[in-house]
Each structure stands twice: as C-alpha cells, then as structure tokens.
Design a protein around this ligand. Structure first.
Ligand SMILES: [Zn+2]
Length: 363
C-alpha cells in the first residue's frame, strides 16, 4: 500500500520531487492565479462586516476584499437571550455602516449552522436552538447575511489571506479552552453531510481518560488545549513538587488559580516546569494531528488560538510527535505544520469574506 511509485526507492533520501512542499512565498503568489477558484465571485469588491460572537464579547469589523480590517467596534455579549444578541448585532452594523458602505454581513459563532448558513442548530454559549438567525437578521439589516461556525470562518480566512494561502487541502486547528477544527478542501469549507464536520477535539485519544464536557472520556481536547495545560499544572502544583515552585509563586501559592495562560507565560519566561508542561501538550497535539493526517491527508495544518502564543515551545514537540506517529512515515509525503498568521481576528475576517463570496463556496 505504501510502495513507492515504479522507479523510485522508498526512504527520505529519495523522495520524488512532487512530494516537496512549495515554499510559502511561491504558494502565496499562486493564490490569486491558479489557486483562486472559479466558483468565487471575483467581481464583488464591496466591503463586508464580519462579526465574531464569543462567550464574553462580540467583535465586529469592516473588512475589504483583501482581508484588511478598516474599522472595528465591540460590545460585551449580552447574556444568552437570542433577541438581545440580535440587537447587539444590529447596533454594531449601524455603527460601522455610518462610516462605510457595506455590501454584506457575516456572523461567526461557536456552534453548528445548517448547510446553507441560515439556521443556527445549536450554540454552546448562547440560547440559539434551531434559530432562523439569517432570516431575522436580513430583515433587520436589509443586507445579505451569512452564518458560519467560528472555526470554519477562521480556516477560510487563513486559506484566503493567511498561513494557508495556496494550499488546496488545509486543516485548521484552534487551540483555546478546547480545540476548534475546520477544513478547506479544493477552495471550499468542507462541512460534511450535515454541516457539523470538524469536531476533531472530540476524537477519543485515550480510552477511559479524562472526562470531557461532550459526555465522553479521553477526548483530544482534554490533552491538547489551554484547559488541559492548566489542569496538568494544577495537579503538579498540588503535588507539592519542588519543580512547581515558580508556578506556585506566580499565583501566591493558590494552585487552583493556575491557568493555561499563566503556564504559557512562565514557559516563555524560561520556567523549566512550565516548559515541560507545554511540551507535553505539544506532544499530544502532534499525536492527534497524525491521526487526522491518516484520515484526511491534508497538505498543511495551520495551528491557531490563544495557546499558540507559546510558539515553538508548543509546535516543535508537536512536529516531532507528528513525524513519529504518522501512518506510513518514510513512505509518503508529510503535511506541514504552521502557526496561523491572522491572530484573534481570523474569525471576523473569515466571516466577512465568506459573506461576500458566499453561497457557492459553502456546502
Ligand atoms: Zn469530548
């Protein structure tokens, strides 16, 4: 199954030229040419508003056709009431619309949207259950509206304007409190048959392992996320281990106050125990990526989210674990692993851009 093509010897020294990944600069240049798909509406150059609805804040921005943010506005997330959230969206669009002429509005939120981007099936932070949000908002805003899962929106932005430019089979992983996942395949966001693909964080990686909020045990996000990093650091601190001294000092001895963000900060400052903890999370990350490569065979993984501030402390161990666990290693080309380029605004940029090029990129 992993036999090399006729005339080729297996092994790293004799990889066919076609296995080599194109350098980033060349990939970026081809993006606007051959990489840009026919189904995208090239002619539409108007401005779009992207809105990213998080658990605590709603961020909005006016985004141009090159993915640049021209103006921004934000509000606190107004509890769980769907009408109150709609009202905040209307206020933000009105505020930004006074400064720019807006063609369309894209909304990104955690949760599952139906396949045509009209109804929110379920959202964990908000009270949307089978909510026909697009129809409600189009009536209020009198503009085209598109709903997107936040991870899908971020992946789209990275493919169009960020680290994934020019890569036709791209998997994006967002490492925050949990793991967000999304795929852009052949110029489309791949969402599966029912619109709920990409829940990579809930692949069971340790049968019988840590309990996950999804109800199962041993999910990947219980091992390779900001929450996992915080939990492991708290366990280490409570064990009164002398290696956890600096960690405990940073929270004035209160082990329960340790979070993933604190561990990341200490790791970057050189604390040995924190670096080890980040490294361990990186290894779990690489193992899960190897599983995804076995199933999906992407050309590139783009890793984003808050935990990425750890940089190479996280990604290098992930690359090593990925190479060690990849199915058929040595006999196949391996996907690259890169950091995301657009930071926390990726979801907002992607939602805006999807609303502009919309329907035919969306399945
Ligand atoms: Zn789970």
């Amino acid at each position: 199954m992993y036999a090399p093509p006729p005339g080729e010897q297996a092994g790293p020294q004799t990889r066919p030229a076609s296995w080599r990944r194109r350098p980033a600069a060349r990939r970026a240049r081809t993006q606007r040419g051959e990489g840009f798909r026919q189904h995208l509406r090239l002619g539409r150059k108007g401005l779009a508003i992207g809105i990213d609805i998080g658990g605590t804040k709603v961020a909005a921005g006016v985004v141009d056709a090159d993915g640049r943010i021209l103006s921004e506005a934000r509000r606190s997330t107004p509890g769980r009431d769907p009408r109150a959230v709609e009202q905040v969206i209307v206020e933000l669009v009105e505020e930004l619309g006074r400064r720019h002429r807006i063609w369309s509005v894209g909304i990104g939120a955690a949760g599952w949207m139906d396949l045509d981007g009209g109804t929110v099936l379920f959202s964990p932070h908000l009270a949307w259950r089978n909510e026909p949000l697009r129809a409600n908002l189009q009536q209020l805003l009198r503009r085209p509206v598109l709903l997107a899962n936040d991870a899908d929106a971020a992946a789209w932005a990275e493919w169009r304007f960020g680290a994934g430019q020019g890569e036709d089979r791209l998997v994006c992983i967002t490492l925050g409190t949990g793991i967000g996942g999304a795929m852009v395949m052949d110029g489309r966001v791949e969402r599966g048959r029912f619109g709920v693909a990409g829940e990579f964080g809930h692949q069971i990686i340790v049968p019988g392992g840590h309990r996950c909020e999804c109800g199962n045990r041993g999910c990947w996000e219980q091992y390779a996320s900001g929450n996992a990093l915080g939990r492991e650091a708290r366990i280490l601190a409570r064990a009164n281990s002398p290696v956890a001294q600096d960690l405990l000092a940073a929270v004035e001895g209160r082990a329960e106050a340790i979070t993933g963000a604190i561990v990341t900060e200490l790791a970057l400052a050189g604390d040995a125990a924190s670096r080890e903890l980040v490294e361990e999370v990186g290894e779990w990350l690489g193992l899960g990526l190897a599983n995804l490569a076995a199933a999906l065979d992407p050309g590139l993984f783009v890793i984003g989210g808050g935990l990425c501030s750890a940089g190479d402390l996280l990604v290098e161990p992930a690359r090593k674990a990925f190479a060690r666990n990849l199915t058929g290693r040595g006999f196949r080309p391996a996907a690259g692993i890169q950091m995301a380029a657009l930071g926390p605004n990726a979801g907002l940029i992607g939602a805006a851009d999807l609303s502009r090029v919309s329907s035919r990129t969306w399945r």
